[in-house]
Write a protein that binds this ligand. Structure first.
Ligand code: LLP
Length: 419
């Protein structure tokens, strides 16, 4: 994102010197650019200009309340997957009608709470969930709007852990059962059938899996039409992938054009397109800062050991994800290649491997592209305090989450008096 730039050899976020932020708030520290998020939002808006659409930000990508507020201000709705995410968006005063409740494992309690909050849409992922939702709705005397998430069995060509549209995945209703179930729902007076949905995976770098999924969904829409059932919305799930290293992502306009062509070509051009982008609207907006504690050289390896680790950012450890690592103050890079690792007691605790960086203790390193699935996946493993988060807006920097205190680490724990 162009909001992170070196000025006189020091990395800035918008108008703020990142070294100053580290001095003030300490490390590990997440820093986000508001402008960068706004640009990503505007990119979606302009690609869908003139096309009937609805955007629901996928809260799981970064669920800080201040970040959610940015999306709310832009008029976006929210895609949630738990009662906790629901509580977050209600906490910032989001319009419940603009919420889509996704997820394979909604509990009875979550369904009740979401119905009481008058959540806009439930994305149903199984027959059992349909039965649970419709019976609770009957009892609560309400009529929720529902989409059915169909598993189109297409290969998204992404990391297997974040691929969700194959028939071997737990997600969605299998393609062949979907017709019967949707027909049942159309005849059920306790739900209002509003749309069809799929989400085939995250970090998609090519649009062809979206198009394959779209073709499959249209096959189903045609069958439903023959049975006299018409839907209003078609939800394609998460947004497009991002460039971490050398991924080539086509312009969003191409996705819109392809989807529109397919829908209009088969008589479904009037459907509203729903998308639930997460990664592509926040990834580039965030960096994770760490301070190098030790430069460690062994006969076979060189390490930069930082105070940021896998508990702060788990993507490299979990998916072997490659994320850029930059020195905050530009210096001469040594000839050596370093593994950038954290202090956590396991070998999966790495942030980058074989990186050309300065060999300097005390230097600040920035893992960039860390705004999505960074802080939202952070843990307190090794009793490490969750990091602080700062949001930059022009020349201003706001603390949007204070660092855990030591007491926060055991805040919910109880030592029975009998022990
Ligand atoms: N909608 C649904 C139903 C989802 O499951 C997801 C992501 C999204 C939308 C947002 O997708 P996006 O626009 O971010 O691609 N932790 C992994 C990513 C997991 C994505 C899970 N679902 C990572 O760090 O790569």
């Amino acid at each position: 994102c162009s909001q992170f730039q070196y000025r006189n050899g020091v990395l800035f976020c918008e108008g703020v010197n990142i070294r100053d932020l580290a001095d003030r708030y300490g490390t590990p520290l997440y820093v986000y650019s508001r402008q960068c998020i706004n640009e990503a939002i505007d990119n979606y808006e302009s690609a869908f200009d003139g096309v009937s659409h609805k955007f629901c930000y996928a809260v799981k990508a970064n669920s800080n309340l201040a970040i959610l507020r940015i999306f709310q201000k832009k008029g976006w709705g929210f895609d949630i997957v738990s009662m906790g995410e629901l509580a977050r968006v209600l906490q910032i005063g989001a319009d419940p009608r603009k919420i889509v409740f996704s997820g394979v494992g909604k509990t009875e309690e979550e369904i009740r709470v979401a119905l009481s909050a008058k959540v806009g849409v439930f994305n149903i992922e199984s027959e059992a969930e349909f039965e649970r939702l419709s019976s609770i709705a009957e009892e609560m005397r309400c009529r929720p709007r529902v989409y059915f998430r169909v598993n189109p069995d297409v290969d998204a060509h992404t990391h297997p852990y974040i691929s969700t549209g194959l028939k071997t995945n737990k997600f969605g209703i299998d393609f062949f059962s979907a017709y019967g179930l949707i027909k049942r729902a159309a005849a059920c007076s306790h739900v209002e059938l509003a749309g069809i949905d799929c989400h085939i995976g995250s970090q998609l770098t090519s649009f062809s899996p979206y198009f394959d999924a779209c073709d499959r969904l249209i096959d189903l829409l045609e069958k439903l039409r023959t049975a006299g059932i018409e839907l209003k919305d078609i939800d394609f799930g998460g947004g497009v992938g991002v460039r971490y290293r050398d991924e080539q992502i086509e312009p969003l306009g191409e996705l819109v054009r392809g989807l529109r062509e397919r829908l209009a070509g088969r008589g479904f051009g009037h459907l509203r397109i729903v998308m639930e982008p997460g990664r592509s609207v926040v990834a580039a907006s965030g960096i994770l800062l760490g301070t190098v504690q030790y430069v460690k050289t062994t006969p076979v390896k060189h390490f930069l050991i930082t105070d940021a680790g896998m508990n702060d950012l788990i993507r490299p450890a979990l998916y072997a994800a490659w994320m850029p690592v930059l020195p905050v103050v530009e210096r001469h890079c040594s000839e050596m290649l370093f593994d950038v690792v954290g202090p956590v007691c396991e070998s999966s605790d790495w942030l980058g491997r074989d990186r050309a960086l300065p060999a300097e203790t005390g230097q600040l390193l920035a893992v960039t592209m860390a705004g999505a699935y960074g802080m939202s996946m952070a843990s307190r493993y090794n009793s490490r305090r969750l990091p602080a988060e700062v949001l930059v807006d022009g020349k201003l920097a706001y603390l949007i989450r204070r660092r855990d205190s030591l007491e926060d680490l055991w805040a919910n724990e109880i030592v029975p008096a009998e022990l």
